[in-house]
Design a protein around this ligand. Structure first.
Ligand code: BV8
Length: 250
């Protein structure tokens, strides 16, 4: 299906001094990484991700939760960034100021070449000490699952933000600062179900930004956004980048 990109949307993007982008699991869907909405498969089919992604679940069964994250790391390691990720790399090169905020923990934006990605919810490929809550870059893989903290011997856990946990303060502040100072705010591939990330596009609206949603499905933002592209990110974003006028501004 041909996606119509309104000229007014392109004008707004072309004239923007600062473009901010929020992404969710949908931007990685075309890379084969299941979204949070997608039913889990195999071993994990009977688990609700929101129940596994908590301190309580890890305390109850650290081995199971560690293995769930190892399963997700293996999925992502086999995946590659898609056209949606690469279009955002291009957008970053063209916009006078560009801020990329992601809820994704898969690291695919950085793998595509995006710079200074604000990872609001952490990253699957980093670990930290469950007790001391400090990053642990290297640990001895002696077969223990989860592996142990080389300093205090406690369990290691993935360096992601679990439900009920605070987001990294500097990342959160930078994200809200971008939402409040940008001219154009893209909300791409997110259901807008998880706070405080879900508030960002509404904050941008309150501060007068043009808000553009890219999502094949309706979300709570849809009837408030300035423009809604009911399309896959991997189809819509390259089209926005490709349109002639944009290049003149590059
Ligand atoms: C906190 C890391 C307090 C881990 C994640 C206010 C109201 C209600 C509840 C709350 C509230 N404030 C806080 C809460 C509680 C909670 C929350 O929001 N709960 C929800 C479920 C109701 N928030 C928290 O717990 C946060 N912490 O509040 O702490 C605090 C404060 C101070 C001090 C101490 C404590 C922490 C939230 C972060 C949790 N961690 N991830 C991990 O990954 O394992 S959240 C995780 O789920 C993701 O990171 C993401 O944020 C979310 C999933 O959402 P999406 O990415 O949008 O994905 P989803 O599958 O839902 O949707 C995909 C979309 O893509 C769909 O719309 C689909 O149509 C679209 N799509 C599909 N294909 C494509 C596409 N779009 C484009 N192209 C395609 N091809």
């Amino acid at each position: 299906m041909e996606i119509a990109i309104p000229d007014a949307l392109l004008d707004a993007a072309r004239q923007a001094q600062h473009i901010a982008v929020l992404t969710g699991a949908g931007v990685s869907a075309e890379s084969g990484v299941p979204t949070f909405r997608d039913a889990q498969t195999g071993l994990w089919a009977k688990f609700n991700p929101q129940e596994l992604a908590t301190r309580e679940a890890f305390a109850r069964n650290p081995k199971m939760v560690w293995e769930w994250y190892a399963h997700r790391r293996a999925l992502v390691a086999q995946a590659a960034p898609n056209a949606g990720h690469y279009a955002l790399v291009e957008m970053e090169k063209r916009a006078p100021r560009f801020t990329l905020i992601t809820q994704n923990v898969d690291g695919l934006h950085a793998r595509a070449g995006s710079q200074n990605v604000i990872e609001l919810h952490g990253n699957l490929f980093r670990a930290k000490c469950f007790r001391e809550d400090v990053p642990v870059p290297n640990w001895v893989d002696d077969g223990q699952i989860p592996p142990r903290c080389p300093r205090c011997g406690s369990y290691l856990r993935p360096d992601v933000v679990w439900f009920g946990e605070a987001l990294p303060p500097r990342a959160l502040a930078a994200a809200f600062d971008a939402a409040r100072t940008c001219d154009v705010f893209f909300s791409i591939g997110t259901s807008g179900a998880v706070e405080p990330a879900a508030s960002l596009p509404f904050d941008a609206l309150r501060h007068g930004a043009t808000v553009i949603e890219v999502n094949p499905e309706e979300t709570p933002l849809s009837n408030r956004a300035t423009f809604t592209l009911r399309a896959a990110a991997g189809a819509a974003l390259p089209k926005i980048i490709a349109r002639e006028q944009w290049i003149k501004n590059g």
